[in-house]
Write a protein that binds this ligand. Structure first.
Ligand SMILES: [Zn+2]
Length: 390
């Protein structure tokens, strides 16, 4: 069975629903799952529903009083008053919130276990990637931090080096915070600059606690960054770090909200560049982590136009059957999109920006270019701490 990819999926994850006014519409998960099926990718993976994360697992990252607060808000949503970040505009309480959040976390933990034990080489949980949740608070649409929990579980199983690469448009602040003092975990986040976007952290100077200097890496990209700059920045930072760190497992977060259509952020990345970075993450898993790869979803609020296509590509790549960008999307899926959302779904698995061309860092940089300035700031802040040239 080793070598075959696992797709973590339990239909009940679509119950992660903050209500009709909230941008994180769970239809994005349902439509992703059905697009995976429409493209025939479900035949290429083993679909597994893991159990919800139990109390002892949740406590690997989260404080007991916070878990109790989530349970209380879950049982009586009307009583959530904003403490612990619960009952806020970003994170309204809803009935069953604890159960479904633990279920999503369980899929990421299950993915990590499968990869660590060799049941699968790659495992995908596109319902996961809830990277803003803090040890003691909900934040940014995230209740339990499934990404941090997956990593914590790997450490519990004996992993000594886990790399986390987060390409969501928002800083992966909760995962960084969870391992701020832990040199066994390298967290790398590429995101829109904190000056212009939630959660206002992820400055290049954030490099980890004194006991874990260089364990956190932040590439803060200017608003408006497009395909060439985004892919260039990714390659200018990530592979050198992975080559030096030699992770036993690579965990990646693939928030699709870098896209130019995303309503909540200001990068200008296409589906084709997202796919190119997914392919690179898969390659890096093989090159630097023995192939062991846990791939997660994340943000993404263009719920029809972008998210399903982006994460269907991710599943195809993990399955060893990448979907060609020119692929025409089956009409049946588009009919489902219309029936569920009254919107017209996209026609193809590309934005027409394929192939993405970008210039490598080794060929030189432009001191006046704002993307290059962001890359230089990240490299200067952290590369010397890891024994690398800035
Ligand atoms: Zn995001």
């Amino acid at each position: 069975m080793s070598g075959r990819a696992q797709l973590m999926w339990d239909e009940a994850v679509t119950g992660y629903d903050f209500g009709p006014e909230h941008p994180m519409d769970p239809v994005r998960l349902a439509l992703t799952r059905s697009l995976v099926g429409a493209l025939g990718l479900d035949r290429e993976v083993e679909t597994v529903a893991a159990r919800p994360a139990g109390e002892s697992t949740l406590r690997l990252v989260h404080r007991e009083d916070y878990i109790d607060a989530v349970k209380a808000a879950s049982a009586e949503p009307g009583a959530a008053d904003g403490s612990y970040g619960l009952g806020t505009v970003d994170d309204p309480a809803f009935a069953g919130m604890h159960e479904v959040s633990a279920l999503i976390a369980g899929q990421s933990v299950g993915a990590a276990e499968a990869v660590w034990r060799g049941d699968a080489l790659h495992a995908v949980n596109f319902a996961g990637g809830l990277h803003h949740a803090m040890p003691g608070a909900a934040s940014g649409f995230c209740v339990y931090n499934d990404a941090a929990l997956a990593i914590a579980r790997l450490l519990e199983l004996g992993a000594e080096r886990v790399a986390y690469v987060d390409v969501d448009v928002h800083h992966g602040d909760g995962v960084q915070a969870a391992f701020w003092e832990d040199p066994r975990v390298l967290t790398v986040s590429l995101h829109e600059h904190p000056r212009t976007l939630f959660p206002q952290t992820g400055w290049p100077e954030e490099t980890g606690a004194d006991c874990a200097e260089g364990a956190a890496v932040n590439v803060a990209l200017p608003a408006g960054t497009g395909d060439a700059g985004w892919v260039r920045a990714f390659h200018a930072v990530v592979p050198e770090l992975l080559a030096e760190f030699r992770p036993q497992v690579l965990v990646t977060q693939h928030g699709a909200d870098t896209h130019f259509e995303d309503p909540l952020a200001h990068l200008a990345v296409s589906l084709d560049a997202q796919r190119a970075v997914q392919v690179a993450c898969h390659d890096f898993a093989h090159e630097y982590a023995g192939g062991r790869w846990v791939a997660l979803g994340g943000g993404g609020y263009a719920v029809v136009e972008v998210v399903p296509r982006s994460w269907a590509h991710l599943v195809g790549i993990a399955a060893g059957r990448p979907v060609e960008p020119e692929t025409v999307i089956p009409e049946g899926w588009r009919q489902e999109v219309y029936a569920r959302t009254r919107q017209l779904g996209p026609m193809r698995m590309t934005d027409g920006r394929w192939p993405v061309s970008w210039a490598s860092w080794e060929a030189g940089y432009d001191p006046a270019d704002r993307v290059d300035q962001a890359v230089r700031a990240a490299r200067r802040a952290v590369f010397p701490l890891r024994g690398l040239l800035p």
